[in-house]
Ligand binder design. Sequence first.
Ligand code: LER
Ligand code: MN
Length: 272
Amino acid sequence: MRCSATVCLVGSLSSGPWIYWHDLEAACADASSIGLDGIELFTESADQVPADELRTLLDRHQLELAAVGTGAGKVFHGLSLTDPDADRRAQAVEFIRGMISFGASFGAPAIIGSMQGGVPRGGDREEVLAWLGEGLEACGRTAADLGVTLIYEPLNRYESNLLNTQADACAFLETCAAPAVRTLADLFHMNIEEVSLPDALRDHASHIGHVHFADSNRRPPGDGHTNFGAIGEALREVGYDGWVSAEAFPWPDPAAAARRTYETFREWIAER
Ligand code: LER
Ligand code: MN
């Protein structure tokens, strides 16, 4: 398993569950000095950070790109894979495809979180799920062509009314023709939705392609009441060998949050 931390490069955001903020070079330098293996990027668009600039920084600091988030498509352009308007759904697919190819040039997957949208009041749930499936299939084909996975993230009930648990997300993916699509096990969302985090990780291990690492209160791992010993045991038992990526509030500050994250990873999660 490898540990990374999120970097928010969206200039107009100043709060949210990201460890590092706004300065990519400073984030890389700090992450590398702690011993983290990579960073996960949240950018405004697929071309916000020139690929050669990112490659230079990653190489200089011996980091990998763990994943790229697509949420800006929703936040800034109001796009989602389940918009009732077919043209808007097509634009959502195009936005995500841009992010997939940005990530793929670094071997990193794109994450579909808030871009999944939800069922509007009075909407037809089956129809909305069919649109989600079509979107995941279309984006999943692009990811497969570029040799990367695509990560679908079940969100908690306060962020989406589509699929909230690992079980629901995995059962849904099995109905789609989207073999490159994996689920994201975000420990914060799971803390709200799952009966048992370690059981959910064990039961759905074959679908899980990425882990978002946060404590129960979305503070850095180690600053809430999640039992990371049991989570580490489950992840090691199923042989999870992907990223454990800190998507948490920068509490009390980014540098301390990153250090706390890495200490918790080393103590409870890493292979021993
Ligand atoms: C994105 O990874 C996520 O977890 C969402 O809660 C952001 O809205
Ligand atoms: Mn997440």
